[in-house]
Design a protein around this ligand. Sequence first.
Ligand code: NAP
Length: 273
Amino acid sequence: MTTAATKLLAVLGHPIAHSQSPAMHSVWLRRYGIPARYLAFDVLPEDLPHAIRGLQALGAIGCNITLPHKEAALALCHDVTPEAKAIGAVNTLVFHQGTIVGHNTDPIGFWQGLITQVPCPVPHRPIVILGAGGAARGVITALTKHLGVSLLVLNRTLGRAEALRALVPALITGPLNTPLPPDTQMVVNTLSSGAVVPDLSGLPGDCWLYDLSYNPPLTPFLAAGQQRGLRGINGAAMLAHQGAAAFALWFQRTPAVDGEVMEAINGQNRPHL
Ligand SMILES: NC(=O)c1ccc[n+]([C@@H]2O[C@H](COP(=O)([O-])OP(=O)(O)OC[C@H]3O[C@@H](n4cnc5c(N)ncnc54)[C@H](OP(=O)(O)O)[C@@H]3O)[C@@H](O)[C@H]2O)c1
C-alpha cells in the first residue's frame, strides 16, 4: 500500500526502458515490508543535476545511476568512496542529512557474480578484458583486489585502454583484434552490445566467458563461445549482486540473491549456459 509515509528510490539513466532494477528492488522491498517504491526515470544528461537534487529534495532514500550518467553523477556528490573515486564513476547514491554520498557497487557485483557461478579463478593464468569503459574499470578494480593475476585489456580505442594503467600500472593493453593468449582462463566482455565479437578460436577449452550483458540471456558473445564448447555466464547475477550491495547501503541489510530475484531480472532464471 502506498501512503504519505512511502519513500522513494529510483534508477536514473538514458535510455532506461530496458532496466530490470525496479523489478529486482521491488522483490526485496516487498520481502522486507519496507514502505518504499523503486522507479526508473529516463533522464537526459543536461537534466541530471536537477533530477538528482530533485530526488533529494523529495526525501528519496537514494538512487542508482546507470549509463550514461555514472561519471557525471560523481561530480555531483558531496562525498565519494575511495573505490568509486579511483574508478571515476558512481552507480549508487545515498542521500543522508542533506548530503549526497556516491558509491560504486559494480566491482562487488562483478566479483560476487563470478565466484557464485565459476570455479575459483587461479592466480597464474591471464584474464582478458574486452573494453575499457566504465564497466571495465569496475572489473579491473575487483580482479586486482581479489586476485594477483595478469590482466590483458583490449579495446577499439587503444588510448582508452592505456589510460587504465592509472588504475593498475601492470595492465597489458592492445587493440581489439589482438590474438587471445592460449592459456587465458577467462574472457570478460564489457563491450557495449552491438560490438563485434572477437575471434575466440585461440582460447583453451577450459576458458570461461563472462559477459556483462544479460539481454538476451544467451548473448552473441556467449553464443559464439558455446559454438566452441566454452562455458560462460552472463551479467544477470552481477546486476543482482550490485543491486544487493546498493540495497545494503540504503537499508543496512544485504538481501538474498535467490531464484525469485533472478526470475524478476530474467523472466527466467538462466544465468548459466
Ligand atoms: N550486468 C551489470 O550489472 C552491468 C554493470 C555495468 C555495465 N554493464 C554493461 O556493460 C557494458 C559496458 O558498459 P560501460 O559502462 O563500460 O560502457 P562504456 O563506458 O560506454 O564503454 C563501452 C565499451 O564498448 C566499446 N565499444 C562500443 N561500441 C563498440 C563497437 N561498435 N565496436 C567495438 N567496441 C565498441 C567501447 O570502446 P571505445 O573505448 O573504443 O569507444 C568501450 O570499451 C554495457 O552493455 C552495460 O550495460 C552491465
